[in-house]
Design a protein around this ligand. Structure first.
Ligand SMILES: Cc1cc2nc3c(=O)[nH]c(=O)nc-3n(C[C@H](O)[C@H](O)[C@H](O)COP(=O)(O)O)c2cc1C
Ligand code: SF4
Length: 517
């Protein structure tokens, strides 16, 4: 009988040798005359266990990891194709507590199915949301998404259904769906994992969005550093067209929707929605003033729904199981689940999809297992490079948009970057300003010039030059950037700087009582 073995093709798994492990399994099996069917799945999102190899058994899948090529002969010796005991055996995959404790709605299939197997996608609930949407009017789809409470997962957390309502109501034609797959935030990889691990889910979500707002064309603006995602998406789009899921007769409905990929220009600011639209139009990624909103005048001046990958990938389950099912997860105005991404100095880095409401401490310790270095965690940056640095006193804040904002944080795209007690927060504040100086689109003065002056002022403080005057100047500069910048790039860069000043004053030579040394 042919044994089924799963080895991820996800780029995080491949970066630690999954390709070589898969080859070693094929080679040793051939040497032993054993038949194995090696499925290249997505990653389960437990990166410290990659390459994670799974074997299908009559009682479900059994995991081994991390499996290096040199471990493979020993695994065969131990009879791993029949779940034999071995020091790398982790037991049934679904019983691994990191996975078991999650609530995977958007990531339900990632790591489970073969990403490019359309039949398997359908067998695991794929296209049920799209089929339901085909039977509904555009307004009904939009209102279902409004009721689900789904908010944008790209950063700004704007209600998705309300945005779609605006695009649906805009009279101009044609309309577009622009999927923001630029994923530039530090410590984030959930978009990439969906695109590599369950690409049909994104295509399904975009098609539903098209039916909802009356768009017949979608673009995926894909981060240029994601060549593996590009290959997988290209193959998925071709397969979806061949199966008439995309094209001029979506699943036999007579409706038209098609998708093209556009490679991003490689700048952080190209993830800002209006700069992304400029870049999609073939121009330099410069921010456009708002209004007009992209929902009214977006790509090529036409009504455009700009949505993040995870926002769109969350839509099929809403249409399949209903708004209430989705909204019952989470708390307050933060409904549904969010795939959090644990990165930086953390023992168990990876993807954790949970309903909103768990605390940062649960994420860092129950899932993350504390720092990788074994030292105390001193600071955490949530929400990308524009997110505040939070000290331990804020770790018990529930991760919902409002509660987290009240504690001075920003959930953003759900990236969590961890630092231990060796971090120099004045250096991190300098890094925030320097990042802005490098990535600024240059359109407005507070951001373009302010970030450069910010680097200089922090350098003066760190060198002990007129510290009291320069600390006051830095706060003044941050105030100007916050209130005078055209977009959130310059507007939010002060958040990590001011949070470092407020929570870690000693790193700037200021005592907790405020005395400047
Ligand atoms: C500087 C900057 C960078 C951004 N980068 C991204 C990004 O990489 N991906 C993303 O989805 N949204 C990014 N955003 C947010 C987008 O502007 C926009 O809010 C989002 O794509 C809308 O989709 P959503 O409502 O589904 O979240 C960025 C915003 C700013 C200000
Ligand atoms: S804040 Fe920065 S990135 Fe945004 S428009 Fe101004 S210069 Fe460009």
């Amino acid at each position: 009988m042919t044994a089924k073995v799963y080895v991820p093709r996800d780029s995080a798994a491949c970066s630690v040798g999954a390709e070589e492990t898969a080859k070693a399994i094929a080679r040793v099996a051939a040497e032993r005359g054993l038949e194995v069917d090696i499925v290249r799945n997505g990653s389960r999102g437990m990166f410290w266990l990659e390459p994670l190899v799974e074997v299908a058994t009559p009682n479900g899948r059994v995991a081994y990891g991390p499996v290096a090529p040199e471990d493979v002969a020993g695994l065969f010796e131990a009879g791993f194709l029949k779940a034999g005991a071995h020091r790398l055996c982790l037991g049934p995959t679904e019983e691994i507590s990191y996975l078991k404790k999650q609530e995977r709605l958007t990531f339900a299939r990632v790591g489970v199915t073969d990403p490019l197997n359309l039949a398997e996608y359908e067998a695991h609930g794929g296209f049920r949301g799209l089929r339901a949407a085909i039977g509904m009017s555009a307004r009904e789809i939009v209102e279902e998404v409004v009721r689900s409470g789904l908010r944008g997962r790209g950063g700004a957390a704007f209600p998705c259904g309300i945005k779609w309502r605006t695009v649906l109501g805009a009279p101009a034609l044609p309309k577009y769906i622009a999927c923001n797959a630029d994923e530039g935030d530090s410590g984030t990889f959930s978009d990439r994992m969906i695109m590599e691990g369950d690409p049909f889910l994104l295509l399904e979500g975009m098609t539903i969005a098209g039916l909802a707002v009356g768009a017949t064309k979608g673009f995926i603006y894909l981060r240029s550093e994601y060549p593996d995602a590009e290959r997988t998406l290209t193959a998925a789009i071709a397969a979806a067209r061949a199966a008439k899921v995309l094209g001029d007769d979506v699943l036999g409905s007579g409706r038209t929707f098609d998708i093209e990929i556009r490679r991003g220009a490689g700048a952080y600011i190209c993830g800002e929605e209006t700069a992304m639209l400029e870049s999609l139009e073939g121009k330099r990624g410069m921010v456009r003033p708002k209004p007009p909103l992209p929902a009214i005048e977006g790509l090529f001046g036409r009504p455009t729904a700009v949505n993040n990958v995870i926002t769109l990938a969350s839509v099929p389950v809403i249409l399949d199981k209903g708004a209430k099912y989705y909204a019952d997860y989470g708390r307050g105005r933060s409904q549904g689940t969010l795939p959090f991404q644990l990165a930086g100095n953390i023992k168990h880095g990876g993807l954790v999809e949970k309903a909103f409401g768990l605390t940062l401490r649960e994420l860092l310790y129950d899932f993350g297992g504390g720092s990788a270095s074994g030292r105390p965690i001193r600071a955490v940056q949530v929400g990308g490079p524009l997110g505040a640095y939070l000290p331990e006193s804020r770790f018990d804040t529930p991760l919902d948009y409002e509660a987290f904002a009240a504690a001075g944080g920003m959930i953003g795209h759900g990236g969590v970057v961890v630092f231990d007690d060796t971090v120099d927060m004045a250096q991190m504040a300098r890094y925030a300003m320097e990042f802005c100086a490098i990535e600024s689109c240059g359109k407005c003065t507070p951001c373009r010039i302010g970030s450069r002056r910010g680097v200089e002022v922090i350098d003066h403080i760190r060198a002990g030059r007129k510290p009291a005057a320069n600390l006051a100047l830095l706060r003044d500069l941050c105030d100007t950037m916050t209130h005078g910048s055209l977009c959130a790039m310059g507007g939010l860069t002060p958040a990590p700087v001011v949070s470092a000043l407020d929570h870690f004053p000693e790193d700037f030579g200021v005592s907790p009582s405020g005395k400047v040394s």
